[in-house]
Design a protein around this ligand. Structure first.
Ligand SMILES: [Ca+2]
Ligand SMILES: [Ca+2]
Ligand SMILES: [Ca+2]
Ligand SMILES: [Ca+2]
Length: 486
């Protein structure tokens, strides 16, 4: 007889209970009485065929059902001390652990394994205690104990505290077993007394970064980043900047990135390593003045004012006058403008640089003595007329064009001729001596005053009897004057 759900032997995971009881030999086809005991699930349920009933093996269950109470009694009681009367023949029941047993273990089988009960059965007392993370198994006294993992509780057959006499090393957690204590080691240690440091570096359980070096320490390990890397050891990033001094040229600032580095260049340089000078002149990023010339330099640029300009290059102003002495000719006065220059010419010249003659003679603007008239003419950059007077054609031109138009109100005009140095010896101011051909005196002149007053030493041209001719006269008379370009 088979049933698809029945699994297990003595301990059953599920299935019709009557069929399980038949398999266990408690009832037959005619029926009978049986008690059912429930307990924690087992890791595995084995198959068998008994009394004409076949069961399967299985692994998953929510509870264990059994009929033989005493052999299958589990150590999962909540009492700290429990007494059990074991029947004979419990040695094949499930056991896990050595001295300290997983609470799913059969108490009676564990007692045989622990050597406190014979195969014939008898009375045992067990003590509940804390569990541990895992249990090892062994074969003792004909009982095969398996290895297993954590359970809610554990139990042993002694309450003697072996931990009291000898604790575990390296802060391991000690638990007392049947005949010995058990050490549950802190992270980083192993061994019966937790005396052995785990070498995480060689066991591969460290978490150092791939660019770090692992160093084993007692109870732990250390990670330190390798050369050219920096970080905690569990994280290491490249450290090119510290290792490659001078990587960034021209005072560029180096900064590490996750896998690389970057150079932040100082002004004037560019390129991955700031190796390239920026040509500010060509790029037109310079700030030279409009009248300056930009010259590229390494890391910078230079501004210099153009020819005829002066300044620091950032500001330039015209400097034509100082740069070019004599730019304005013939006594002209030079004045710089924003971008160029102008020449203020004397009354005698005109043109941008005063090179063109404007006029040779002008008539003074007021009545003055001969000396003051001369000073006035000189203030205009000329002198009292000499060469224009000696030339008769020129003299006639002056008379026609300058003197006559003034009319009868202005008829006396000083010229540059005098006998101040030696009475009777007339000399022009430019050193030319008077001759009959270069002068044109009125009749009876010169007469040194002619009795009207002594020392008539200065010569003028004046209108008499319809003609302009020369006369020597007192120098202190206030007259107009003929000024001349010298
Ligand atoms: Ca270690
Ligand atoms: Ca440059
Ligand atoms: Ca005289
Ligand atoms: Ca006279």
């Amino acid at each position: 007889m088979q049933h698809s759900d029945l699994c297990g032997t003595d301990d059953y995971a599920r299935g019709p209970l009557c069929l399980a009881a038949m398999h266990a030999g408690l009832v037959d086809n005619l029926g009978g009485y049986f008690e059912v005991f429930k307990s924690d699930p087992l890791p595995k349920y084995s198959k068998s065929e008994r009394f004409g009933v076949a069961s399967k093996s299985c692994r998953t269950a929510t509870e264990t059902y059994s009929f033989q109470m005493k052999c299958s009694t589990k150590g999962n009681t909540e009492s700290s001390v429990t007494d059990v009367d074991c029947p004979s023949g419990c040695g094949s029941n499930y056991v896990c652990g050595i001295n300290l047993y997983n609470s799913n273990s059969s108490v009676c089988a564990a007692a045989i394994h622990a050597g406190v009960l014979s195969a014939e059965g008898g009375h045992v007392r067990f003590y509940s205690t804390q569990s541990q993370s895992s249990f090892r198994g062994s074969t003792n006294h004909g009982v095969h104990s398996k290895s297993c993992g954590f359970s809610k509780n554990a139990f042993s057959f002694t309450n003697e505290d072996f931990c009291a006499s000898k604790s575990c090393l390296n802060e391991g957690n000690c638990q007392s077993g049947m005949n010995q204590r058990f050490c549950f080691c802190s992270v980083g240690f192993t061994g019966e007394d937790c005396q052995i440091d785990i070498n995480e570096c060689t066991s591969g359980t460290h978490n150092c970064h791939q660019h770090a070096t692992c160093t084993n320490t007692a109870g732990s390990f250390q990670c330190s980043c390798k050369a050219n890397y920096t970080g905690s050891g569990t994280q290491c990033v490249p450290d090119y900047c510290a290792q490659n001094l001078g990587l960034c040229k021209n005072s560029g600032r180096c900064s590490d990135t996750i896998t690389d580095y970057r150079c932040s260049c100082t002004s004037g340089y560019t390129g991955r390593h700031c190796e390239t000078d920026i040509n500010e002149c060509a790029a037109r990023t310079h700030n030279c003045h409009g009248y300056a010339t930009c010259t590229n330099t390494a890391g910078s640029f230079r501004c210099s004012c153009n020819t005829n300009f002066i300044g620091n290059g950032l500001q330039c102003k015209a400097n034509y006058c100082n740069s070019n002495p004599g730019l304005c000719q013939n006594g002209g006065t030079c004045t710089d403008t924003v971008t160029s220059y102008t020449c203020a010419c004397t009354v005698w010249y005109t043109g941008s640089t005063c090179t063109n003659v404007r006029q040779d003679h002008i008539i003074s603007n007021d009545l003055r003595s001969w000396d003051d008239s001369r000073a006035y003419c000189r203030s205009l950059g000329g002198d009292l007329a000499t060469w224009g007077i000696r030339d008769s054609a020129k003299r006639n031109s002056i008379i026609t064009n300058l003197l006559k138009p003034l009319g009868s109100g202005k008829v006396y005009f000083w010229i540059g001729l005098t006998d101040k140095d030696r009475e009777g010896s007339f000399v022009y101011l430019d050193g030319v001596e008077m001759t009959s051909s270069n002068t044109d005196f009125h009749e009876g002149e010169p007469n040194d005053g002619g009795g009207l007053g002594p020392n008539a030493d200065c010569v003028l041209i004046y209108l008499k009897n319809g003609v302009y001719k020369m006369d020597d006269n007192n120098c202190w008379y206030l007259k107009f004057a003929i000024c001349e370009r010298t």
